[in-house]
Design a protein around this ligand. Structure first.
Ligand code: NDP
Length: 266
């Protein structure tokens, strides 16, 4: 077996939250292309296969096998992380695809407002999806992974796991929490064969950052500060996710890997 073989994910089953677009779609595609069977969870439907005019027919409203772009077949779980039973989601993946080896907690929301104008609802919504749901899915998947003595959990953090950001107090609090949670779980679960790590994306061109890119002043300020001189693309995250999900990362626990064009080094 060569070192490259240790990056393969053949026979593994992954769940990627928010895998229908943006960073999650790129990560789901990366895992699938490395050999994993990938289930994605989101509120709205994944994209139709290229070349098809309409979305694929869904055999049931709550569940279907569909094609994620050109990335191969996967299971789509329609679900709202603000209101889901994490045990049922994990059970659903195990029932549909036979097991669960990889969990990517990618889905996230952001609300931009000055702290004094941030409502209790905005705070609760962001913490609920970006932190509470991450813990609850980790706990549910962790139980299964610890019982099988193997698993990889990848939480998607942010530059705002390290910095306060501008007008996003709940998001910064949640993303700092994601890093603390990642390290806490790594300490508990490394000895049980479960790797818990995080990826901290820099500034990536997705729906999440559309408002920043639409503001010429913010856009220029951000690009000027990135040593790589450009926004990242969702596809820039896929390789790191495959690495962390694979045996190549078997001794990597509690790490937070920035994929940021050098933003944190600046
Ligand atoms: P997008 O806004 O493009 O995508 C967000 C994803 O999360 C969608 O798939 C969305 O699916 C899903 N989602 C949101 N709310 C829920 C919910 N309540 N239940 C289920 N799924 C939900 O964001 P990005 O791809 O940019 O972000 C992905 C992750 O990366 C997030 O955690 C984000 O904080 C993080 N990140 C992004 C950065 C960037 O620059 N873009 C930088 C740093 C971190 P649907 O709407 O269909 O439910």
């Amino acid at each position: 077996m060569t070192v490259l073989d240790s990056f393969r994910l053949d026979g593994r089953v992954a769940l990627v939250t928010g895998g229908n677009r943006g960073i999650g779609l790129a990560i789901a595609g990366g895992l699938a292309s490395a050999g994993a069977a990938v289930a994605v969870l989101s509120r709205s439907e994944p994209p139709a296969p290229p070349g098809s005019a309409a979305p694929p027919a869904l055999p049931a409203p709550a569940a279907s096998r569909t094609q994620i772009g050109n990335l191969g077949f996967a299971e789509w779980i329609r679900g709202d992380l603000a209101d889901l039973d994490p045990e049922a989601v994990v059970e659903r993946v195990v029932t549909s695809l036979g097991r669960i080896d990889i969990l990517v907690n990618n889905a996230g929301i952001i609300r931009r407002a000055d702290a004094v104008d941030t409502t209790d609802q905005d705070w609760a919504d962001v913490i609920g999806v970006d932190l509470d749901a991450v813990f609850r899915l980790c706990r549910a998947a962790g139980r299964v992974m610890l019982a099988q003595g193997r698993g990889s959990i990848i939480n998607v953090a942010s530059m705002l796991s390290f910095q306060g950001g501008i007008r996003v107090p709940a998001y910064a609090a949640a993303k700092h929490g994601v890093v603390g949670l990642t390290k806490a779980l790594a300490n508990e679960w490394a000895g049980g064969g479960v790797n818990v790590n995080a990826i901290a994306p820099g500034y990536i061109a997705t729906d999440n950052t559309a408002a920043l890119r639409a503001d010429p002043r913010r856009d220029a300020a951000i690009v000027d500060r990135i040593p790589a001189g450009r926004w990242g693309g969702p596809e820039d995250l896929a390789g790191t996710a495959v690495f962390l999900a694979s045996d190549a990362a078997r001794y990597v626990h509690g790490a937070v890997i920035p994929v940021d064009g050098g933003w944190l080094a600046r």
